[in-house]
Design a protein around this ligand. Structure first.
Ligand SMILES: Cc1cc2nc3c(=O)[nH]c(=O)nc-3n(C[C@H](O)[C@H](O)[C@H](O)COP(=O)(O)O)c2cc1C
Length: 190
């Protein structure tokens, strides 16, 4: 099946990327096609709330979201991986999520959902935070839930790793890498 992954961290080989790569490895080892969008390197303008998508469900901004819109439609599994920044997902991830307002119009105003394939559509949210406090997970998951439901993904799992701050520190975490691999494996299970 087609798996689409979003990397919301700007830190190359950072904790989010290391975790995401483990989940992706699990999916690829099982023969699934995985495409990763590294959001920090993409041209994604913030939503302008221009109303351009209200009647059509199509965003009028011409940037890298055009490719992302197509990929979201085709995906059967979607992974959203982000560090926790100021108690929420990163700006890179949030900009992409906000631009899915056109899917919101399509689903809730035009009453059209993205058709699901034979294996349905499922999501996985991966969050990494440096602090102990769980509020970042709750806020990040609230936004992710709105994102997943908007793009017709009815259920998603959450893997959140806290108290991991320095670049690569996730490798020292007792279970994180194993948990990420397992989450990727579960995601593609039918
Ligand atoms: C701008 C910024 C804001 C942050 N805010 C939080 C926060 O609110 N809660 C938290 O747990 N960690 C916070 N952190 C720490 C990061 O989540 C942590 O370092 C994480 O491991 C970064 O992941 P990465 O290596 O994939 O970029 C923040 C880091 C930065 C740079």
């Amino acid at each position: 099946m087609k798996v689409l992954a979003f990397l919301g961290s700007p830190r190359v080989d950072g904790n989010t990327e290391l975790l995401l790569n483990e989940a992706v490895r699990a999916a690829r080892e099982r023969g699934h096609e995985v495409k990763i969008h590294k959001l920090n390197y993409m041209r994604i303008a913030p939503c302008q709330d221009c109303g351009g998508c209200d009647k059509t469900g199509t965003c009028i901004i011409n940037d890298d979201m055009v490719e992302i819109y197509r990929d979201i439609r085709e995906a059967e599994r979607i992974i959203l991986a982000s560090p926790i920044f100021f108690f929420g997902m990163s700006a890179q991830a949030k900009a992409m999520v906000d631009r899915c307002q056109s899917f919101w119009c399509e689903k809730y105003l035009l009453k059209k959902t993205i058709p699901e394939g034979p294996h349905g559509r499922k999501g996985l949210l991966m969050l990494v935070g440096g602090m102990k406090r769980e509020i970042g997970i709750r806020c990040g998951d609230a936004t992710a839930k709105a994102f997943f439901r908007t793009v017709s993904v009815p259920t998603h799992e959450v893997l959140a790793i806290l108290e991991v701050d320095a670049k690569g520190a996730v490798l020292e975490h007792p279970t994180a890498m194993k948990d990420a691999y397992e989450a990727g494996k579960q995601l593609v299970q039918t």
